[in-house]
Write a protein that binds this ligand. Structure first.
Ligand SMILES: [Fe+2]
Length: 457
């Protein structure tokens, strides 16, 4: 059948619907620029000539600042030069579940989180405390997976929080789905994202997850509390991926490893297509066209490898965007120890429907086996039990920071009432390339648009 202008206009209408719906539905929940030489060209004007000598001196001083622990002049705008979130390091093959579970059961696992309470003397040192303790804090992070920094005065605002992580010489990066535009910066110039504080999602429980996709994973996250929920709830929580690995029944874990998992990130119910008159397009033609348009126009924004699949959940006209198959476990890139590395607790529909969930159907995620078969409820329940057994709620107060090893530790947050302001910065390995100008600009434009009109500011 030949499709004419009128038909194309009609198809475009459906395409816009599909694109907007997918953008609205994709998941809400989840480098190096400090000290980089300025790229501002020196223009040979009288004014700039007068500044040349001081600028040259400033450049000479930079290495000294770096040696002192600060990576550059405080307040540099990092927003346009942040590198992408690093590529996920997968080392999931040949992990002997029985051997590692026995080993973990025999171990006296270190506390997670490890708490550091500031003393008046620590606070008097300001940034120097973190510069002096940098190596010690990094060693504790590797051992314990998470450090809860409590009672520090400096970290109660974005400037001080940035000084904190600069003092530790962490390398900020974009979050794994930054290009989708669904993640909103609290302070872009400080590489600081807002957590899910918005009222429309306050009654939505965010389950355990690492900040990762099959494709990209942040190495570390620093979560900061500027204001706990003013009425109740909203506690941040974490769970150690080594402990979850230890506690999932071995037969369940082996089955999931063997069959792999796939995560669906959106539902589009497109029964409208069935109502299209035959002279516009046949149903198969329309389905193919819409799937192609969504895959071509929207999926790339998410920097994920997504397949567009019709007919899931027993609904012929449901189109889902589904990540490629992945292992539910991984080896930690530094320790080589296996961890539960899977966002099933957050994304499985079976679990979401059994706890507070205010995400509309279009945004309901789900988790399948690698062959897209449904994962049995009793199996999900066993995974859920192992996850919840290891959840540690952290009642963060203003200025408190949870510094997390994102390969090792999963995070989530409880429902809340009132106003809440928590934020997070992500860190990579310092080796990422800044996003190319066009890509970065596109992502940012999408971010502003979607946050304003779809997600709601
Ligand atoms: Fe998250």
């Amino acid at each position: 059948m030949i499709i004419g202008k009128r038909e194309i206009a009609s198809m475009q209408l459906y395409s816009r619907f599909a694109v907007a719906s997918l953008a609205a539905s994709l998941p809400l929940t989840s480098g190096y620029a400090i000290g980089a030489p300025s790229s501002t060209p020196v223009v040979a004007t009288a004014a700039s000539s007068r500044c040349a000598a001081p600028l040259a001196i400033a450049d000479m001083i930079k290495p000294t600042l770096s040696m002192l622990g600060a990576k550059g002049p405080a307040g540099d705008n990092l927003g346009d030069s942040l590198p992408n979130c690093p590529t996920t390091i997968w080392q999931a093959e040949d992990i002997d579940v029985d051997e590692w579970q026995a080993k973990y059961n025999a171990e006296d696992m270190p506390a997670c989180p490890y708490e550091i309470m500031a003393t008046p003397a620590d606070n008097a040192k300001g940034a120097d405390y973190f510069i002096e303790k940098r190596d010690e804090i990094k060693a504790l992070l590797l051992k314990h997976g998470t450090i809860w920094l409590r009672g520090f005065d400096m970290t109660k605002d974005p400037d001080g929080f940035r000084t904190f992580w600069e003092s530790l010489q962490l390398d900020p990066c974009l979050d794994p789905i930054h290009s989708s535009g669904l993640r909103k910066f609290l302070s872009k110039r400080d590489a600081l994202y807002e957590e899910v504080n918005k009222q429309s999602l306050s009654r939505h429980y965010i389950g355990l997850h690492q900040e990762m996709t099959e494709k990209r994973t942040a190495k570390f996250g620093a979560f900061v509390c500027f204001q706990p929920a003013t009425v109740s709830g909203g506690e941040f929580f974490i769970a150690d991926g080594e402990r979850i690995f230890r506690d999932i029944p071995s037969d369940v874990l082996k089955k999931l490893i063997d069959r792999q998992i796939r995560i669906s990130v959106s539902n589009l119910d497109l029964e409208l297509i069935e109502a299209l008159p035959e002279f516009i397009a046949t149903k198969p033609e329309a389905m193919e066209k819409v799937a192609g348009l969504v895959g071509e126009k929207v999926a790339p924004k998410f920097d994920m490898d997504l397949d567009m699949i019709w007919g899931t959940d027993g609904r012929e006209m449901r189109l889902q965007a589904i990540e490629h198959a992945q292992s539910p476990i991984n080896r930690h890139p530094d320790t080589g120890r296996p961890v539960w590395f899977c966002n099933m607790h957050n994304h499985a529909r079976f679990l979401r429907e059994r706890r507070p969930c205010s995400v509309p159907e279009v945004g309901m995620t789900d988790v399948y086996y690698g062959d897209l078969k449904v994962i049995e409820g009793d199996l999900l329940t066993k995974v859920n039990e192992a996850c919840e057994k290891n959840i540690v709620k952290v009642p963060m107060q203003p200025g408190d920071i949870l510094l997390c090893d994102n390969y090792r530790v999963l995070h989530g947050r409880d429902v809340f009432e009132g106003d809440r302001l928590h934020a997070v910065s992500w860190f990579g390995d310092g080796e990422g390339e800044p996003m190319a100008g066009k890509t970065a600009a596109t992502g940012d434009t999408m971010a502003g648009f979607i946050n304003k009109f779809v997600v709601g500011e």
